[in-house]
Ligand binder design. Structure first.
Ligand code: APR
Length: 231
């Protein structure tokens, strides 16, 4: 059997921008209109759970209405030739809906909820979450989201995935948020590294080849290159 090269994709909000889901830190991004400390921390949840739930209910509506774009779709073809692992900071399910089979969510998933006192069991969310809605353990349900200041439970697994990869592709992330951003530096010396982003991301000195442009345009180009060159 052919020994496939290990190819890891680290995606951020930029890959879903052309599906109509706002990024966080671009002009007009989500954090321009909302205060992180009011909606995306455990302290915010304690202070005003309704506001937090309303914020994430709105995020969920956007995700449900969105469709995967050419970037999500084109990555699926890589699975024919590579051992593909997608690590995403995104809480949407657009990689899965495009057909990618191996997706690790670092910052949670908007279509799931969990009890405030048990983060290991999740429940699908079909309708808006509300204050007073209880998990089977009798505790309030919260969105299955990693808030600022909280631990990132999938981080150890993500580091071990990146550490021995042959190819690393970073798509649409400003690499502002740690620990996730550290994955860009977690691969080995001989990994082939690519980044897709319309902006200049501070990785050019680290040996990354920059496909500068939007994900829907540049990811299919990069995928074709990789499929043809197997490298
Ligand atoms: N195609 C590709 N990249 C794009 C596009 C596009 N069409 N549009 C914007 N980008 C790029 C921007 O240039 C930027 O580098 O996407 C990146 C978006 O950066 P952020 O908004 O900071 O999003 P991200 O890096 O995913 O944020 C990380 O921060 O708020 C938290 O938990 C949230 O997971 C999120 C984390």
């Amino acid at each position: 059997m052919e020994n496939k090269k290990k190819l890891v994709i680290l995606s951020g909000a930029g890959i879903s921008a052309e599906s109509g889901i706002k990024t966080f830190r671009d002009t007009g991004g989500l954090w321009e209109n909302y205060d992180i400390h009011e909606v995306a921390t455990f302290e915010a949840w304690q202070k005003n759970p309704k506001l937090v739930l309303d914020f994430y209910n709105a995020r969920r509506h956007q995700v449900v209405a969105a469709e995967p774009n050419l970037a999500h779709h084109s990555l699926v073809a890589l699975e024919k030739s590579f051992d593909v692992h997608i690590i995403t900071q995104n809480i949407d399910d657009l990689h899965e809906r495009a057909g990618s089979s191996n997706v690790l969510h670092l910052h949670g998933e908007i279509l799931k909820s969990r009890s405030i006192s048990n983060d290991s069991v999740t429940f699908p969310v079909d309708e808006d979450l509300y204050v007073g809605q209880l998990a089977p353990d009798g505790q309030q349900l919260r969105p299955h989201i990693v808030w600022f200041g909280e631990a990132v439970p999938a981080m150890d697994e993500a580091i071990s995935i990146v550490r021995d990869c042959d190819i690393l592709i970073i798509i649409g992330t400003s690499l502002n948020v740690y620990p996730a951003a550290g994955l860009a530096y977690a691969c080995g010396e001989f990994t082939n590294k690519f980044i897709v982003d319309p902006s200049t991301v501070p990785l050019h000195e680290k040996g990354f080849i920059h496909y500068q442009g939007s994900a829907a345009k540049e990811v299919p180009t990069l995928v074709n290159y990789l499929l043809q060159n197997k490298a």
